[in-house]
Design a protein around this ligand. Structure first.
Ligand code: PEP
Length: 271
């Protein structure tokens, strides 16, 4: 059974002290579960101090962004190479970066490649705007984002990565419309089948697909239970330790009940 992932994107919130306060609370509140991987993506300046305070049996760290060159005269940037010993994951292609920092399909592709080259796992974000959705272009947009970003990767590299479907209209900072889980399942299914066509069944089956868009403790289970959903990317609510711990618990309960069902199915087949 695949490990579910619950990742918290703190965005440009919390200074080093505030981040440390939240980490202490999360260290106390979150119970380690083998079936659920919990990832925190604080701001860049907080990564190092948080790495020292974090209970590494419970959490892994992600960076929110990095530049695709390994080193050079790129004032103000931080490379994937520099993050290698600090984080497991790097969020790539978040809609806020595509929109506010003009990241193109090709920039996102270069960042995915830089992550893989530096043995970091990208959490690739894809998703359509409200206008694209209204024009029935969701499938085309998501297909283009996925295929461009994964170009030149091997099936094994794709199999190990994480892709978050985050429709822009559902993200809290862009309006936060509540999506219907059935609609989300259709797009997750499309992403999985697109990977299957390009990289084969094993990659399609193993790649972890997350959903993100205004998830909270009340709505989380509806998305996490979707057949093609392997976790969640949580923005706003990851800053609230009650909400975030509750979302992690929801994931854990779902994983446990799915395990039990599979165990019972196996027993029925054996009898
Ligand atoms: C995000 O920014 O990745 C996100 C999903 O944000 P929110 O949960 O606040 O909509």
């Amino acid at each position: 059974m695949k490990r579910m992932m619950i990742a918290g994107n703190w965005k440009m919130h919390l200074n080093v002290h505030e981040g440390s306060v939240l980490v202490k609370r999360l260290n106390d509140h979150i119970i380690p579960h083998h079936s659920v991987e919990v990832v925190l993506a604080p701001s860049l300046v907080s990564l190092q101090p948080i790495s020292q305070e974090l209970d590494h049996r419970k959490f892994r760290l992600a960076a929110q962004n990095a530049f695709y060159k390994d080193e050079g005269a790129y004032t103000g940037e931080v490379s994937f190479t520099m993050l290698r010993d600090l984080v497991h994951y790097v969020i790539v292609g978040h809609s806020e970066r595509r929109i506010y920092f003009n990241e193109t399909l090709e920039t996102v592709r270069d960042k995915v490649q830089a992550a893989v080259r530096n043995e970091l796992t990208p959490i690739l974000c894809v998703g359509e705007t409200k206008q694209e959705r209204a024009a029935n272009e969701t499938r085309r947009v998501v297909h283009d984002q996925v295929t461009t970003a994964l170009a030149n990767l091997t099936a094994e590299e794709v199999e190990n990565m994480v892709i978050a479907y985050e429709p822009i209209w559902a993200i809290s900072t862009f309006g936060g419309e509540i999506s219907k889980p059935d609609d989300i399942q259709k797009v997750l299914e499309l992403i999985r089948s697109c990977i299957g066509e390009l990289y084969g069944d094993q990659a399609a089956k193993q790649v972890r697909l997350l959903y993100g868009g205004s998830i909270n403790a009340d709505t989380a289970a509806g998305y996490l239970a979707l057949p093609d959903c392997d976790g969640a990317l949580v923005g706003g609510k990851s800053l609230n330790y009650h909400q975030f711990s509750d979302i992690v618990e929801k994931a854990y309960h779902l994983q446990s009940s799915q395990r039990r069902t599979r165990g019972q199915d196996r027993k029925t087949e054996e009898n």
